[in-house]
Write a protein that binds this ligand. Structure first.
Ligand code: OAD
Length: 249
């Protein structure tokens, strides 16, 4: 499995317990679990138009369609499990004294794998909220059933995710910037690094003096800036890196 994965001595030497480590993940880390990515040949945005499905205006124009699309994605997520890449990050968390996991994913697979304190920049597809009163719903049982369901206040219920044109949760993005500025080692995993502000985080880490490594099937927008690109599946590369964590103890 590890054949062909090359990790520099510099990166290995940085995997010590006292390193302050940040990992940013994108859709690629969940690809091996069976969650579709957004870009690329098989990506969701090749088959669907984001402006018709992932904006507030789209929801208001066609709430039934948008709700059904999220129900379809929830069904996929409900049936799958974390993969070895997610599991390896739990080993990362247990190894480093300071470890922060920031994700653009809404699938909740990091939590499911056992990670604590995941910073979800784009929300969580398993959760919902009312567009009128803002009430959050973990389960839809208390709502008035419909497509989409309705809140007791009469407002429509929407997925608690960030749509295009919307602000990111302020606490989450503030925390993400802070820890990226002060880390020693930053990993950008399975993200095309084109959607900001998430895509700015590895650049901020680099500018602040951190060693930045990326894990991806192919070079990305930030490959020319990072210190090291590990090409391959995150479900193979991250478990491979775990071996060096153990050695570095
Ligand atoms: P993308 O679909 O843009 O990129 C996924 C990346 O993962 C690509 O660079 C792939 O090469 C890589 N990849 C695929 N499989 C992989 C694997 N097994 N191991 C490692 N890498 C792999 O997804 P994101 O960068 O996460 O936002 O997209 C960012 C945001 O754009 C999403 O959060 C979403 C989307 O529009 C919103 O919906 C607001």
């Amino acid at each position: 499995m590890s054949r062909g994965i090359e990790v520099s001595d510099r990166l290995k030497s940085l995997l010590t317990k006292d390193a302050r480590v940040v990992v940013l993940t994108g859709a690629g880390i969940s690809a091996e679990s069976g969650v579709p990515t957004f870009r690329g040949e098989e990506g969701l945005w090749k088959k669907f138009r984001p402006e018709e499905l992932a904006t507030f205006d789209a929801f208001m124009a066609n709430p039934e369609l948008v709700w059904e699309w999220y129900q379809y994605r929830r069904k996929i997520i409900h049936e799958i499990k974390p993969n070895p890449g997610h599991v390896a990050l739990v080993d990362f968390q247990n190894h480093f004294d300071e470890f922060h996991l920031i994700t653009q994913n809404v699938d909740g697979l990091h939590h499911q794998a056992g990670l604590r304190n995941v910073v979800e920049l784009h929300g969580n597809i398993r959760k919902n909220k009312c567009i009128q009163c803002g009430k959050k719903y973990e389960s839809l049982e208390e709502t008035i059933q419909g497509t989409p369901p309705e809140c007791r206040c009469g407002g429509k219920i929407r997925p608690d995710v960030v749509w295009f044109g919307e602000m990111l949760p302020q606490d989450a993005i503030r925390h993400a910037f802070e820890v990226s500025e002060r880390c020693d080692l930053f990993f950008s995993v399975g993200t095309s690094a084109v959607v900001h502000p998430a895509a700015s985080l590895p650049l901020i880490a680099k500018r602040s003096g951190a060693f930045v490594a990326e894990v991806n099937l192919e070079p990305t927008e930030i490959s020319h800036v990072v210190d090291e690109t590990l090409l391959g599946k995150s479900g193979e590369i991250l478990p491979y890196l775990v071996k060096f964590l153990k050695c570095a103890d």
